[in-house]
Design a protein around this ligand. Structure first.
Ligand code: HEM
Length: 163
């Protein structure tokens, strides 16, 4: 019996806080990504939940409440335990299900669209868009000018060369 219930849209800070709380109930128990929060990052939920509520309040209701750098936390996490597309897919699946289970309307749809956009940016800036993982360690994000000199290394040319 779904689809006929009238659900309110996300209206205020209290809605955001409850939504974020319900979402993390799912996330922390998720077999794929729960351990990233509990075992790897050992997140202090008493601190994290209000920060997440600030983030979503800013994104959906009152810009400017959240003034931190969300990328930093994910880079640090990625350095300890590589983030992959499947982790973000799960995060988004849980977020969409929790949002739609509690709310309906344009703000809720923006919450889902925004999450997809942020997830894409986070994935791109951590694991990279589908690239294999570079060496372990902090990911140094620099944009290098492409080497235009085209100087090829001479191929190994020993005739019949063996190891
Ligand atoms: C694979 C998916 C994700 C994982 C495993 C993950 C994990 C984490 C962890 C471990 C933290 C640090 C929490 C702390 O130590 O207090 C964090 C912070 C945060 N995450 Fe994520 N995250 C994911 C995706 C996302 C997405 C898609 C968004 C936004 C739509 C998001 C928004 C945030 C924000 C706003 C913070 C707070 C950063 C700060 O201000 O310090 N995360 N996340």
């Amino acid at each position: 019996m779904s689809g006929t219930r009238h659900l309110p849209d996300i209206r205020d800070r209290q809605d955001v806080e409850r939504l974020v709380g319900a979402f993390y109930d799912e996330v922390l128990n998720d077999p794929l990504i729960g351990r990233l929060f509990t075992d790897v990052a050992r997140v202090d939920m008493a601190t994290h939940l209000p920060v997440m509520a600030d983030f979503w309040e800013s994104a959906l209701l009152s810009p400017g409440v959240y003034r931190r750098n969300a990328l930093r936390a994910h880079r640090a996490l990625h350095a300890e335990s590589p983030l992959r597309a499947e982790h973000f897919d799960r995060w988004l699946k849980l977020w969409s299900a929790v949002v739609r289970g509690r709310h309906a309307g344009p703000v809720s749809e923006r919450a889902i669209a925004k999450a997809h956009a942020v997830a894409r940016a986070l994935l791109h800036n951590t694991a990279g868009a589908g690239r294999p993982r570079p060496e372990p360690g902090p990911v140094l994000v620099t944009i290098e000018p492409s080497a235009g000199r085209g100087h090829a290394h001479p191929a190994r040319q020993r005739p019949g060369g063996v190891g």
